[in-house]
Ligand binder design. Structure first.
Ligand SMILES: Cc1cc2nc3c(=O)[nH]c(=O)nc-3n(C[C@H](O)[C@H](O)[C@H](O)COP(=O)(O)O)c2cc1C
Length: 326
């Protein structure tokens, strides 16, 4: 049992939350994580109201949170308002300025969680009233930036201790087993956010071929790139790239994104078709470096229980050793 400020704040058994992964993290995964003692999140992503409503209908009476890509809300924030009416346990904003949404989230009673990639953005999130900061390192699957988890987390922990100690901190990026969880707590986090490891679960909405490709891969086989955003015509700011599994498509286009922007529309159609059919030569699996530590697709509850029991052993063993040396 690992009790931290996060388990106490959220009223959960384990200091683990699942990432709000667009498309992959639906109501089934979110509910499974919450049922197992963490807090599960629906990946509201680009804010498709129908998809979000459908996923909420799957959670039953489990408490879950919902995430949004912040810059998308600037175009239309109705999906956030509709989600707040469903009384989520938390709202998770990432990639953009959270300030315009802070008041309504806080008034709703949901925990206000901001994922950040730099110290500067962590400070801004604290200033606008985030209850919980997620410090995301570049090892992470999906969109992110360039800082490493192992330095970003303690820097943010030190800043929080100085400016607003009641703000909680969650580490993200590269955490997929008990070692990652134990290390994150040692770095000063109150808990962890797990994306890729839960993406590789039975409940995640992921094509079986993509799961297979991720299991066969090591961390070396991943890449931060913008090819996915270019091919999907998504208007992401240049500072963000997305970590994916390399494949024939990224080998061809990663260093030629200007050419990709001008490519025949058939290239984009081919990528979308490959995504739908699970052709992993063309469509990239969205995973982090931790894919190299994943060897099976398991139920989310089993993933969570193993992670927590490994971390508990690591922490109690190292404590015993320290006492012996003491
Ligand atoms: C498939 C996938 C989709 C993701 N989609 C989102 C998203 O829609 N919104 C978001 O804030 N983060 C998203 N992320 C990033 C996660 O929030 C988190 O930072 C990351 O998964 C943590 O690193 P890890 O993958 O090594 O566990 C995604 C990650 C993955 C793997």
């Amino acid at each position: 049992m690992l009790t931290t400020r996060l388990t106490e704040r959220l009223g959960i058994a384990h200091p683990v939350i699942s990432a709000p992964m667009a498309n992959a993290a639906g109501g089934g995964l979110a509910a499974a994580v919450s049922r197992a003692g963490g807090l599960g999140f629906i990946g509201g992503g680009y804010g498709d109201p129908e998809w979000i409503a459908n996923e909420f209908s799957k959670v039953g009476n489990q408490p879950v949170g919902c995430g949004f890509i912040t810059w998308v809300l600037a175009e239309d924030s109705r999906p956030l308002d509709e989600t707040l009416e469903r009384s989520p346990a938390a709202i998770f904003l990432s990639f953009g300025d959270p300030a315009p949404y802070a008041d309504r989230i806080k008034k709703s009673g949901a925990q206000f969680i901001c994922q950040v990639q730099t110290l500067k953005d962590a400070r801004h999130a604290i200033d606008v009233g985030a209850d919980i900061i997620v410090a995301q390192g570049a090892e992470a699957g999906g969109h992110g930036e360039s800082r490493g988890t192992v330095t970003l987390v303690p820097e943010v922990a030190d800043m929080i201790a100085k400016v607003k100690p009641e703000t909680l901190l969650i580490a993200a990026g590269g955490i997929g087993d008990g070692r990652g969880l134990a290390a994150s707590l040692m770095l000063g986090a109150d808990g962890v956010l797990v994306g890729t490891r839960f993406w590789a679960s039975l409940e995640a909405q992921v094509h079986a071929n993509m799961h297979e490709a991720a299991i066969a891969a090591s961390g070396d086989d991943t890449l931060r790139t913008s090819v996915l955003d270019v091919i999907r015509k998504l208007d992401w700011a240049e500072r963000y790239s997305v970590r994916v599994l390399k494949n024939r498509f990224s080998d061809r286009w990663h260093e030629h994104t200007d050419e990709l922007k001008m490519a025949d529309p058939q290239v984009a159609e081919g990528w979308a078709a490959a995504w739908a059919t699970g052709d992993t030569d063309i469509a990239n699996s969205i995973v982090g470096e931790v894919t190299g530590l994943i060897f099976d697709i398991k139920p989310a509850a089993e993933i969570l229980e193993t992670m927590v029991s490994e971390a508990t052993d690591i922490i109690s063993n190292s404590f015993r050793q320290n006492v012996k040396q003491g």
